[in-house]
Design a protein around this ligand. Structure first.
Ligand code: VNL
Length: 399
């Protein structure tokens, strides 16, 4: 296992792989690959820019997986080619995906930190007949954009429905919503309203904050003035601390407004920095670093090996499980990397993830998983999302 930097970016290789990035001529390398050398995986992530924390989390988990399981599956050595799409420009993601399949002959495309970036790469996967493993992005419709897409993250409706049900069952009658104004936020807003009003609740105020340079203060002031019993929030990973800070500073808690959301809000990566205002916040999500299982302890230990100072979040578990899906697919094909064969081998797989039992539905190619209701608590001086209820095997309602 080594990571080396080349002109084309980082190459994370399993076993004794040599960084081939400096050699010109894709054809020569493609031939070598077919002759049984390596299966290349093109990992496209936001390693810089406003969503770099997501890239860092997924990349560390991919490395941790290879380190813990070795770099060969079904007799095929894998090599990961990492590319930074900067997180905000779909054109860059599309170009990188194109280069990876055409020049580098990757057999799998993987990563995809945000929905617009995953959507931009989808046509490339279809055209090249290369499986595309979405490890982070979470808008419901993504899997429908290409028959080659499989997802190991989650979907916003999947994570949102359980907290809407929980709110209705726990005496909340009026709940405002505040979401980031792009596809996953709109998914969350719609799923929350539909589910909560079906259970008799009311949504008096629906607010959308910009994806770029959001200032939560004026929006939260409006919530304060409207005085609902609760506020449901979706913000993408990395944004939770800023939203939480403004919630506290605007005095919403003192006004008796409860804060709930999907687990993106109380992201394990930054939860400890949120401090007191986060305590007691209830969210629903598919992964907590505090999840009590053998598989999660193994994951935390493996992650610590590559990122000793970080706590893995739900993005990391999407990366770990994405690598597992590729590894198991290769085992099933006996190392064959032909796109349609590998895709077929990955469809329908089930395993016990660090998050709990998961299945990649053979028809939708989307993930079916348990969703937990969690409360932020302080344990041994640190903040954790403590799971206290579980809704088994939730599927995305759109697929
Ligand atoms: C997305 C969804 C991105 C949930 C997120 O963090 C997230 C997306 C960057 O689909 O764009 O927490």
């Amino acid at each position: 296992m080594r990571a080396s930097t080349t002109r084309r970016g980082l190459i994370l290789a399993g076993g004794a792989a040599v960084a081939a990035g400096a050699a010109p001529g894709g054809q020569r390398r493609a031939a070598a690959q077919e002759a049984g050398e390596t299966a290349r995986i093109g990992l496209i992530l936001p390693m810089t820019g406003p969503f770099a924390s997501t890239g860092r989390q997924v990349e560390a988990a991919v490395r941790a997986y290879l380190r813990a399981h070795g770099g060969s599956f079904g007799g095929r050595r894998v090599e990961v080619l990492l590319r930074d799409d900067t997180g905000i420009a779909p054109d860059i993601t599309r170009r990188l995906a194109q280069e990876l399949v055409v020049r580098e002959r990757v057999r799998v495309l993987a990563g995809f930190g945000l929905t617009p970036l995953a959507l931009a790469a989808a046509p490339i996967a279809t055209e090249a007949r290369v499986p595309m493993v979405v490890m982070a992005a979470a808008t419901s419709a993504i899997v429908q954009r290409s028959p080659y897409i499989l997802r190991t993250s989650f979907t916003l409706p999947q994570a949102t429905m359980p907290i809407a049900d929980w709110a209705a069952r726990n005496g909340i009658r009026t709940c405002a919503t505040l979401v980031t104004d792009y596809a996953p936020g709109l998914d969350a807003e719609r799923a929350f309203k539909q589910r909560f009003t079906a259970a008799g609740g009311q949504v008096p105020l629906e607010l959308r904050t910009p994806l770029r340079n959001p200032d939560y203060a004026p929006f939260l002031q409006r919530v304060h003035d409207a005085k609902p019993q609760a506020l449901f929030v979706f913000v993408p990973s990395g944004e939770g601390a800023a939203a939480m800070k403004q919630f506290a500073e605007r005095g919403l808690r003192e006004a008796g407004i409860r804060l709930i959301g999907t687990g993106d809000l109380t992201d394990d990566d930054i939860l400890n920095d949120m401090g007191e205002p986060a305590i007691g916040v209830i969210t629903s999500h598919h992964y907590s670093a505090a999840h009590d299982s053998e598989e999660n302890r193994a994951f935390l230990a493996a992650y610590r090996q590559v990122a000793p100072d970080a706590r893995p979040n739900f993005m990391a578990v999407g990366g770990w499980d994405g690598m597992h899906l590729i590894a198991e697919g290769l085992k099933r094909t006996g190392g064959a990397t032909e796109g349609d064969r590998l895709l077929a081998a990955m469809k329908g797989l089930s395993w016990t993830s660090p998050r709990g039992p998961v299945t990649i539905d053979a028809n939708t190619r989307d993930i079916v998983q348990d969703i937990y209701i969690r409360r932020v608590e302080r344990r041994d001086g640190q903040l954790w999302n403590i799971e206290f209820d579980r809704i088994a095997q939730v599927r995305d309602p759109g697929t």
